[in-house]
Design a protein around this ligand. Sequence first.
Ligand code: PLP
Length: 422
Amino acid sequence: MLAPLQAPVCEGRVNYQSGSPMTITESSQSPETPHAPLAGRVDRIPAFRVVQVLERAYELERQGCHIVHLEVGEPDFPSAPAVVDAGIAALEAGYTGYTQSLGLPALREAIAASYGDLGIGAERVAVTTGASAALNLLMQILVNPGDEVLIADPGYPCNGAFVEAAGGTVRGVPVGASTRFQLTSEVLAAAWRPNTAGVLLASPSNPVGSTLTAAELAAIGSFAAGRGFVVMDEIYRGLVYDGDGTPPCLAVDDGFFIVNSFSKYYGMTGWRLGWAVVPEWAMDALDRVAQNLYLAPPTVAQHAALAALTPAAMAVHEERRQIFRRRRDVLLAGLAELGLPAVYRPDGAFYVYADISRTGLDADDLCARLIEEFGVATTPGTDFGTHRASDHVRFAFTVDEREIRIGLDRLGAALRTLGGTS
Ligand SMILES: Cc1ncc(COP(=O)(O)O)c(C=O)c1O
């Protein structure tokens, strides 16, 4: 949660008294460690930098600083009232035991129904502990040791960890403006190798916020048919700002493995609930792995999620989507004025991925100085891959317009001080 605005505002500089400045460390094991060694794969799973930034922001807030949170991909709204009420009612009704491993039948039905005319059967829906568990389960059933999985660079960083945990290796494929920072069938054709098992896509994407068109999805489907799997992460599908939203990927290709979540559009990050839609032939495998790894998704959250899909809650979610759209426009305009243009005007999600190369600073340095000296928390491009990562910073518009404007003012002051533009 944000520190209230009445808290001491760091006028230009964060006035923390103690505590070490933010340093971003990679995991490492000392050869002299006296305890049993950790598994080697741990060293191939880097820290999720945005979490480190967030922790540093909390630490500074505890010291009385006011931090503008432009780092974290978490809606600042509480869950819709109907969702909260349903959660409380579930607790009061004593729904505190396990559910079926694939989730409450009623919730699976409701999720399936949310795909409307596509006629997705509930038997293809698995309710999971966030999109994170859906991604983990899918990698467990799709990836063999030695397999390679392709992801976009820049892309969602945790995807690599799910692939590694399944014994595979992940390869980030550099993407740029010519494909709206997405992996297209042409990019995949050039990158595909004999040991490539599949690809992980996201639309809208994190950190860029671009969407794949129906034609692009169809081409990807044709390319991948007979070659490997396609996992499509649609966690931001509800949060599209221009037009009437993107059609579900399943409308284009029924063979894709779909991941979604109650975290973002439904504002339920802390309830830890998501889902996967998989082809029928894969469901038994997914169920067996889910039973073993998780037993069941969180029960109270599932009852709350049933309410998240009702018209009352959906009206709240829609209202919030409009608020996010206005925030996007404020942030985009402000960053452009400061000479930090977005690499792409985001169609969806709640991030602006901006080119900071004109500052002459490296993204890690800039982000560290922004939080330490100016009280603005942001995420360096190095969290999302290696391709021109140091030239980019991700700004999340998950705080209100007033906070975004304060953040922009501080950013302007930072650029003047640090020798960048503005
Ligand atoms: C693209 C993407 N996929 C998956 C997740 C994980 O979300 P969840 O909270 O549902 O586990 C995130 C979270 O930021 C994300 O951005």
